[in-house]
Design a protein around this ligand. Structure first.
Ligand code: NAD
Ligand code: IPM
Ligand code: MN
Length: 355
């Protein structure tokens, strides 16, 4: 049988609750479509940090390197500063494995409820394509003269030509596979006067290579407003690391709940493993109650299967989510129900297994 090695990192908080449900549904898909998933679980988390002083062991990246994909829950927990936990685990994996595309679908599923009045599934169906290795998340900078009046901190935004062109190209290629063939660029070239005009310049050059793709661009501030007022304008939205981060929480909020939003950290060249995780974090406010929504994790599993070449199985998971929501299946509180995390996972695994 076809076999894939999956590194599983549940991480912190609700990551420990959503990951098992993601695996439950993946297992149902594997049985039905006749492939095997060989799982290796790593307990790397803020708990581990409290015990060992490290988020992952020194050879952590080596251990992950030979897996076909990484399936991650969430990272971050009160008591360990976020910049320590995230820059000790999540960010090094994204950067170290050159997962330069962060692909985040925002889609209103029939049966899910948008907070926007008079909007339906036909109005909200787009992708945020987030640059995932450079931009505002750089390690150029630091703190000087600590504790004195001259104290000084800086963190440079870094845009490389290669890094900018490859994410723009990915966005245009994605648009070519879609009906509307439209790419929107998130910019801020009126305020950020070195990096963003450069981004615009590269965007215009890339657009020339794709005469069949319609383009537009908006400054990030008004773009946020348009997400709320005109979500129907968007098809593929490409942005720098920080802009993409912001838009990919706003998009899912507009599409019903951050709890269903999936993401794929992709190295398209497949030189390194890619990583699949929900958009949301560890949700300390609801962790431990088993009431979180596992759909973001489960949908991320579908994106992983698609990346591994198991397209039919991936489609089966996405249509199971669609069917489940459309037919009024159990849902968690964030979607207006009162089902538990495990109820939703089991219901979806059942639909996927049955076909
Ligand atoms: P969060 O996404 O964890 O939570 C934001 C809000 O959304 C909370 O009210 C939470 O209860 C709710 N929520 C999130 N996921 C949900 C789900 N599946 N079902 C129902 N409700 C859900 O964001 P935050 O509070 O800003 O961050 C908490 C911690 O997670 C921080 O340490 C942060 O750095 C980290 N974080 C990690 C990731 C990641 O691992 N990729 C992403 C975002 C935040
Ligand atoms: C995300 C998260 C991370 C990010 C944080 C936790 C570092 O918000 O995956 O969207 O900013 O990339
Ligand atoms: Mn985010």
């Amino acid at each position: 049988a076809r076999k894939y090695r999956i590194a599983v990192i549940p991480g912190d908080g609700i990551g420990k609750e959503t990951t098992p449900e993601g695996l439950r549904v993946l297992d149902a898909a594997a049985r039905r479509f006749g492939f095997e998933l060989e799982l290796t679980e790593y307990d790397w988390s803020c708990d581990t940090y409290q015990k060992t002083g490290r988020m992952m062991p020194d050879d952590g990246m080596d251990r992950l390197k030979d897996s076909d994909s990484i399936f991650l829950g969430a990272v971050g927990w009160p008591g360990v500063p976020d910049h320590v936990s995230l820059w000790g685990l999540l960010i090094p994996i994204r950067r170290g494995f050159d997962q330069y595309v962060n692909l985040r679908p925002c889609k209103l599923m029939p049966g899910a409820k948008t907070p926007l009045a008079n909007r339906g599934p036909e109005d909200i169906d787009f992708y945020v394509v987030r640059e995932n290795t450079e931009g505002e998340y750089s390690s150029v900078g630091g703190r000087m003269f600590e504790g004195t009046d001259r104290e000084f901190v800086s963190q440079q935004s870094v845009l490389t030509r290669t890094g900018t062109d490859r994410i723009l190209k990915y966005a245009f290629e994605l648009a070519m596979t879609r009906k509307r063939r439209k790419v929107t660029s998130a910019t801020k070239s009126n305020g950020i006067t070195f990096t963003m005009p450069y981004w615009d310049e590269r965007f215009a050059a890339m657009a020339k290579q794709y005469p069949d793709v319609t383009t537009d661009q908006f400054h990030i501030d008004i773009l946020c407003a348009h997400f709320v007022q005109h979500p129907d304008w968007f098809d593929v939205v490409v942005g720098s690391n920080l802009f993409g981060d912001i838009l990919s929480d706003l998009g899912p909020a507009v599409a019903g709940s951050i709890g269903i939003a999936p993401s794929a950290n992709i190295n398209p060249e497949k030189a390194f493993p890619s990583m699949f995780e929900p958009v949301h974090g560890s949700a300390p406010d609801i962790a431990g109650k088993w009431i979180c929504n596992p759909i973001g994790q489960i949908w991320s599993g579908a994106m992983m299967l698609e990346h591994l070449g198991e397209k039919a199985a991936a489609d089966a998971i996405v249509s199971a989510i669609e069917k489940h929501l459309a037919e009024g299946g159990p849902r968690t509180r964030d979607m207006g129900g009162n089902a538990g995390t495990v109820d939703v996972g089991k219901a979806l695994a059942e639909v996927v297994g049955r076909g």
